[in-house]
Design a protein around this ligand. Structure first.
Ligand SMILES: [Zn+2]
Length: 248
């Protein structure tokens, strides 16, 4: 006869128990009925609404193990939007960031509308050619024109490109999509962002974040039109700053 193995409590059952415990703790403090839903969201950690005599709360599972002062803050925040409670909850969420599920780059990319085509410069083509020429087609990233940031009045500076290591998406400022902007200049900006994919931001000896490590800046000089692109930027920055771009 087979020996019976000890049975571990089912995770779902445990979750139910924990949820009930937290429900009770909140009920005591709110002096009202509480219906609690626990989720695994990645952005919104806490929402609530009043339904007649009952509070409905939707909370991230990090709150299941919250200490008393945090549960107290939850009650205070729900009851009357207490600003001190709000600060305390923010801190708790920050401290427990490790429990927030991280989306994979592919999942994050699905949430972003990619628009690489442009009127004058096709970013996907530029990216593919650079990838082949300089990186053995080894760079696995997506590219798009970024949404134009709303800027009032004349711009003082312009961020021509950016790279998000989380989603692996390169964004290029839509002001570059003009006939006056030469292809090699757009290529240079894209090349620079591709290098961000290769050289991750790290902390320097002084503890500060080093976005452009020296070896990256050295690598950048291998771009075929490096000095030409730099010269064009010096002479034409005004043109880019004045570019009127309608936010998408
Ligand atoms: Zn950079």
């Amino acid at each position: 006869m087979a020996r019976q193995l000890p049975v571990a409590p089912e995770p779902n059952r445990l979750l139910k128990v924990w949820r009930r415990v937290l429900e009770r703790r909140l009920r005591t403090r709110l002096r009202a009925k509480v219906a609690l839903e626990i989720h695994d969201n990645t952005h919104t950690m806490l929402t609530f609404q009043r339904q007649r005599s009952m509070w409905r709360l939707r909370l991230h599972h990090m709150f299941l193990a919250a200490p008393d002062d945090v549960v107290q803050a939850l009650a205070g925040f729900v009851r009357n939007g207490d600003p001190d409670a709000s600060v305390m909850l923010d801190r708790y969420i920050e401290r427990n960031r490790a429990y927030i599920r991280r989306l994979s780059p592919a999942q994050m990319r699905k949430r972003i509308r990619l628009e690489p085509e442009g009127q004058h410069h096709d970013l996907e083509r530029i990216f593919a050619r650079l990838n082949e020429r300089y990186f053995d087609s080894g760079i696995d990233a997506a590219i798009t024109y970024g949404p134009a940031p709303r800027v009032r009045g004349p711009r003082k500076s312009i961020k021509m490109g950016s790279y998000s290591a989380d989603s692996k998406v390169i964004r290029i400022h839509p002001a570059l999509d003009q006939p006056l902007v030469p292809r090699y200049f757009v290529e240079w900006i894209v090349f620079h962002e591709m290098l961000h994919h290769v050289y991750r931001t790290r902390r320097g000896d002084d503890g500060r974040r080093c976005i452009h490590p020296p070896e990256m800046m050295e690598h950048e000089k291998r771009f075929h039109d490096y000095s030409r692109a730099q010269a064009w930027e010096r002479e034409n920055l005004d043109l880019l700053l004045r570019a009127r771009v309608t936010p998408a």
